[in-house]
Write a protein that binds this ligand. Sequence first.
Ligand SMILES: NC(=O)c1ccc[n+]([C@@H]2O[C@H](COP(=O)([O-])OP(=O)(O)OC[C@H]3O[C@@H](n4cnc5c(N)ncnc54)[C@H](OP(=O)(O)O)[C@@H]3O)[C@@H](O)[C@H]2O)c1
Length: 394
Amino acid sequence: MYSLEGLQGNLKHLPAWGVKQGVAYKTLNTMNAEAGKTALITGASSGIGQELAKLFAKDGYNLVMLSRDGEKLTQLALEFEEDYGIQTTVISKDLSQENVAQEVYDEVTSKGITVNVLVNDAGVSTYGKFATETDWEREKSMIHLNVLTLTHMTKLFLKDMVARDEGKILQLASLVSITPFPLQAVYAATKAYVYNFTQSLNNELEGTNVTMTALLPNGTETNFFREAGAPPLNVEKMLDDPAVVAKDGYDALMTGKRKVVPGGLKNKSFEVMAYVAPQETLASMMRHFNTPQDEQKQQEENKTPGWVLGLGIAAAVVAGVALVTAWNQADTLTKARYRYKGYRAKQKANGLLDDVKDALVDTWDTVKKQSVDTKESVADGWDTLKSKAKTATA
Ligand SMILES: NC(=O)c1ccc[n+]([C@@H]2O[C@H](COP(=O)([O-])OP(=O)(O)OC[C@H]3O[C@@H](n4cnc5c(N)ncnc54)[C@H](OP(=O)(O)O)[C@@H]3O)[C@@H](O)[C@H]2O)c1
């Protein structure tokens, strides 16, 4: 199926590979005769992308694996071929370069590969204060990778998916897509772009068989923070497992969900908090997470009123997690008791909502009445003025 160099004939599991013009080609064995579907994964050489690649391989997908490190990709590709009998293509490219998405697309299509699933995983960050510490060239390159290349890759492959009326795209967003993230400000802004972009496209894709899923991980244990140039941070005390993040993302992609926050209730509570808490509070809390572990002094300085509220919310999240843990460990009778309590609480909440509605209706009526009163008093005043003017001119 693939036009690759150094074909090994029918020698199963004896692939060879080479590098030409910046592109490392992995040679395939020919035993996997049935052409499975193909997933193209950027950032497949480590972290979440590597875990995703493994999940696709396990399910029999052929892989196109992309990143800068062709050697690492080739090693992984060999393992996947041997373990799962799939076909792989390795493309080694710097995706922060101009027009690179077009080069990838041209290369893939010239090999006759149909990309059924696109995973835009490759992404980086830079750490430090925007005004005084971070480097513009690195930020520019990050915006290129996280935003421009992702958008262009989506444009090129989505067009074909829509024409075929089949396909899936997984976009690596982040929980910081929906919160400020001081000390990684530009990174968070790029992820906000990815999330917003994905949700708009989802609407445009309605009525087709093409789906797009935004994956919003919390801090995950990968090379990410070291690559960003960060010292050990508070957030790194509670990182998620990249295999779990990838599995949740994979399942959501396969079922066509528009977005997924992986990692259970802790992260879902965080998402809810991000929607309801004031931005300053979120910024203070995220600043704490993004602070170096040994910077006690800076943490003291950050104790603003917003930060106090942030702590309260964080405590609520922890309480939520504790509740879920307790729930999972409770016996059937206890669960039934709590279900009943939950039902009562729901009734109370409904009552409360009705009260709020009544109060709003009352307020509206009062405002309406006041505006009628105001109109009447303006009319009265006008009449008085007119009669005074008449008297004065008589
Ligand atoms: N870790 C987290 O806490 C976290 C949380 C939320 C979202 N995310 C997102 O998850 C995605 C994966 O990150 P990760 O945590 O798995 O980090 P990671 O282990 O550092 O993986 C990043 C991947 O991107 C590739 N990459 C980086 N720069 C590239 C470039 N210029 N051209 C081509 N490939 C490049 C890397 O490969 P090479 O070095 O070989 O090029 C690597 O495969 C990113 O989009 C990140 O923003 C991460």
